[in-house]
Design a protein around this ligand. Structure first.
Ligand SMILES: Cc1cc2nc3c(=O)[nH]c(=O)nc-3n(C[C@H](O)[C@H](O)[C@H](O)COP(=O)(O)O)c2cc1C
Length: 215
């Protein structure tokens, strides 16, 4: 059975629309599999450390040359990466904050994008030196946004540094199978958003059913 890693990045709890999407994912997954393997990584309500001098020194040298302090500085990064390596399906829920992603998720990305761990860098390939090391994984991007028009061709496309950024980062790490569900226009109030929210929940359920049917 496929192992699922659920990552939540919203600073909000019960009112979070992106968290609601991960709940729906988990609920539906559990209705399909009696003994599902699901792991959680909370980012929105915990401290995700920024990379620092020791981290950078450690990450760019071979393991055997690292000092104890340097090894220690990579501990959490190692844990995050092990969780990703272990998962078959990664369910990442992210709000749009200031046209991009929450800073906790950015700090997490800085921890997981690691040369020789999640990607290789080949300096001889100038145009695209990256090859990803996270293989055979599917990523669900579950997004929520206050405004709308961020999709391709939409009037706010030029303001969208959320999913294009996330897709680029996960592509670099080798994850190319990316399914996206987004809830847009939360700021326009429940009257206008109720229906689109329900539709996105339904769309997610159908997406999971398709995924399961293809296994
Ligand atoms: C700090 C902050 C910044 C935000 N910036 C944007 C933004 O740039 N564009 C946008 O469309 N919505 C923005 N929003 C609205 C959120 O994207 C929207 O409320 C979304 O539903 C939040 O996700 P959540 O419901 O999972 O917490 C922002 C919200 C917060 C709290």
């Amino acid at each position: 059975m496929k192992k699922v890693l659920v990552i939540n990045a919203s600073a909000r709890g019960l009112r979070s629309q992106s968290r609601k999407l991960t709940e729906i994912f988990v609920e539906h997954w559990k209705s399909i599999y009696t003994h599902p393997q699901i792991t959680y990584r909370e980012l929105g309500s915990t401290e995700v450390p920024h990379v620092n001098e020791d981290w950078i020194a450690a990450a760019f040298k071979p393991e055997e040359s690292r000092s104890e302090t340097e090894k220690q500085s990579l501990k959490l990064s190692d844990t995050y990466i092990a969780e990703l390596q272990d998962a078959d399906i990664i369910v990442l829920a992210s709000p749009m904050y200031n046209w991009s992603i929450p800073s906790a998720l950015k700090a997490y990305i800085d921890q997981i994008v690691r040369v020789n761990k999640t990607f290789l860098f080949d300096a001889s390939k100038m145009e695209y030196p990256y090859s990803g090391l996270l293989k055979n994984k599917v990523l669900y991007l579950l997004l929520s946004r206050g405004d709308q028009g961020y999709e391709k061709g939409g009037y706010n496309e030029h303001m969208n540094f959320q999913d294009p950024y996330l897709k680029t980062v996960f592509n670099v790490m080798g994850i190319n199978q990316i399914r996206t569900i987004s809830i847009n226009g939360i700021s326009y109030g429940p009257k206008k958003t109720q229906k689109p929210i329900e539709l996105s929940h339904q769309e997610l359920i159908e997406m999971i059913d398709l995924e399961v049917a293809q296994q």
